[in-house]
Design a protein around this ligand. Structure first.
Ligand code: SF4
Length: 244
């Protein structure tokens, strides 16, 4: 089994707990207006077998310590779910902590085969980083080109199956930072049993240069990063830390 890989990061510290070997998989069905990895969207990348990635990741095992391990991200890693399952089975056979960073877009709760596949993934995944792009379906479509239904269904699936998750929300001024939508996101999180952490990721413009290289227009040229106060406020709301 081979997977198409965009790149590797040997000492990742922002995609899951501890120090991690991070595998960026190629391909994504979403088109988030703020995406800072547009170079993962298309069909590029390089093919590797699961075994090759496994061997490469294991070289860093001594750095993982108690908390670290391997994270797959992208792009949308679950477009290549069979590859991820095979890789994670290998890693779990050596006791390595496994983590998936996903939007949950591939999960179709009404498709039994699809659910089965995600169950097989859940069996070999220790932690899910689940990106909730927007709690409102229409706003989510405007922001990403897709509904949020699969994402929210996947969150429920993970909760029902006792799988730990960290929720991630990119905070974009004027798009995802209204108090009302943050409160409704929090109300949704209150229906879940296995959320360990909520991460607010402030929107930034570091990906602009990639758009220029790809000859693409950057959709958020006029959007500025959120202020520190707004980030703190969003964190308090999303983490359910009382009045704001
Ligand atoms: S899901 Fe991630 S990689 Fe895909 S478009 Fe959105 S931000 Fe970019």
């Amino acid at each position: 089994m081979t997977g198409r890989i965009h790149s590797f990061e040997s000492f990742g510290t922002v995609d899951g707990p501890g120090i991690r070997f991070v595998v960026f998989l190629q391909g994504c069905p979403l088109r988030c207006l703020y995406c800072h990895n547009p170079d993962t969207w298309g069909h590029g990348g390089q093919e590797y077998t699961a075994d090759e990635v496994f061997v490469r990741a294991l070289k860093y095992r001594n750095y993982f310590g108690d908390k670290g391990g391997v994270t797959v991200t992208g792009g949308e890693p679950l477009l290549q779910i069979d590859f991820v399952i095979e890789l994670f089975k290998l890693l779990k056979s050596k006791g390595v902590h496994t983590c998936v960073d996903t939007s949950g877009i591939t999960f179709r709760g009404s498709d039994a085969e699809c659910v089965k596949k995600h169950e097989a993934l859940a069996e070999v995944t220790d932690l899910f980083l689940l990106d909730i792009k927007h709690i409102d379906e229409d706003a989510c479509k405007k922001l990403t080109g897709h509904s949020n239904r699969n994402t929210l269904d996947f969150a429920k699936f993970l909760s029902e199956n006792g799988k730990k998750m960290w929720i991630r929300q990119v905070l974009v001024p004027g798009y995802t930072d209204s108090e009302d939508s943050l409160q409704r996101t929090r109300a949704f999180l209150d229906t879940l049993d296995t959320v360990e952490k909520v991460e607010v990721l402030p929107y930034h413009t570091l990906g602009v240069v990639k758009y220029e290289k790809l000859g693409l227009e950057y959709p958020f040229k006029d959007v500025e990063a959120p202020t520190k106060e707004n980030v703190l406020k969003a964190k308090r709301i999303l983490r359910g830390e009382g009045e704001v």
